[in-house]
Design a protein around this ligand. Structure first.
Ligand SMILES: NC(=O)c1ccc[n+]([C@@H]2O[C@H](COP(=O)([O-])OP(=O)(O)OC[C@H]3O[C@@H](n4cnc5c(N)ncnc54)[C@H](O)[C@@H]3O)[C@@H](O)[C@H]2O)c1
Length: 318
């Protein structure tokens, strides 16, 4: 029985991936410190073992990697509790990549690394292709800490790949599910739904005309699974996400409509006030040709279907 270590198993993608793996008779060790993820996302299954611990605990990680065949590294911290501070994000992402990839390299284990579409930054050619140059904004914008740390992890992966680590990298475009956290890290969709169900106004960064391609979390997890099982793709990087382009304003209106609520009030706020020296990225559209060709990936959930699933789960909580 193939054994997988999923870091961030209590998180949104990690919990969907764990479910996919258990349904296919894998044995899963799920590592999470529950800082953001929720224990209710964790399955109760004979082939699943949960470890409440940190990916920064070198001894623990070494011991877990010895027990598995493949590592899927999803654990992340987008922002610490202090939104004005980036050190925690930079350290968590870069140090965990260092520790986990070094162990996987030494023990010759396959590795799947989670990166983000954030690294495309202000790219101007659409859709974003994996080989596009990255174009982050000014150096003194805190918003780039997350993308910079993910880029560091990607570079580390490419470097290990040239020396034989069997690693594949995924740049996820946004996702959501009833398992997303409702705070900043969960992305705009869960935050909007929560506000709509509570009949509260929604803060929108910028004019809200910027578009995103968000998809239901199961699609992102399934893409991860496909990248995990494929042989002969070491050092390759894949876009995984949805392909329905929707503006942020329309996202809020569509969620409200699907939930049977009136149009929410939108408060447009200047993102400069939060991140300093930052303009919202106008479009984030993935080219999925490579992931379709090499992995057979295609999103299965459309936006409305995913939102309806999420709404039903959240309604029960209100
Ligand atoms: N969901 C998206 O829209 C999206 C978009 C781009 C990239 N990604 C990437 O995909 C991966 C998974 O994203 P997600 O949406 O499931 O995130 P998530 O926040 O739902 O899950 C991340 C998990 O990591 C855990 N974690 C944080 N610090 C940890 C530590 N030190 N040790 C152990 N666990 C720790 C959290 O508790 C959480 O459960 C991340 O690497 C993220 O950067 C996600």
């Amino acid at each position: 029985m193939t054994k997988i270590l999923v870091t961030g198993a209590a998180g949104m993608i990690g919990s969907h991936l764990t479910e996919i793996l258990l349904n296919r008779d894998y044995k899963v060790l799920g590592l999470d410190n529950l800082l953001v993820g929720q224990s209710k996302n964790l399955p109760s299954h004979k082939n699943f073992k949960f470890i409440n611990g940190s990916v920064l605990d070198h001894v623990l990680v070494q011991n877990l990697i010895k027990q598995v065949d493949i590592i899927v590294h999803l654990a992340t911290l987008k922002k610490g509790s202090n939104l004005l501070e980036s050190r925690t994000t930079l350290r968590m992402i870069s140090q965990s990549a260092d520790i986990l990839m070094n162990e996987a390299f030494n023990l010759k284990k396959r590795f799947v690394l989670a990166s983000t579409s954030d690294v495309y930054g202000y790219g101007t050619s659409f859709p974003f292709v994996e080989t596009d140059p990255v174009s982050l904004g000014p150096f003194n914008t805190r918003r780039w800490a997350y993308a910079s740390a993910k880029l560091y992890s990607e570079q580390l992966a490419f470097d290990y790949a040239k020396d034989g680590l069997d690693v594949r990298i995924i740049r996820y475009f946004g996702g959501f599910s009833e398992r997303s956290c409702l705070g900043w890290q969960g992305g705009h969709v869960p935050i909007f739904l929560n506000k709509i169900l509570k009949k509260e106004p929604i803060d929108i960064h910028g004019d809200g005309k910027q578009t995103r391609c968000v998809t239901y979390g199961e699609d992102l997890a399934y893409g991860t699974y496909l990248a995990m099982i494929k042989d002969g793709i070491s050092g390759e990087l894949f876009n995984i996400g949805g392909n329905e382009e929707i503006s942020v304003n329309d996202t809020a209106f569509r969620i409200a409509e699907l939930a049977g609520f009136k149009k929410p009030i939108l408060n447009h706020i200047n993102p400069d006030k939060i991140f300093g020296n930052y303009n919202e990225i106008s479009r984030r559209l993935p080219c999925l040709k490579k992931s379709k060709k090499l992995l057979g990936y295609e999103p299965q959930w459309n936006f409305d279907k995913g939102i309806k699933k999420m709404i039903e789960s959240h309604r029960k909580l209100i």
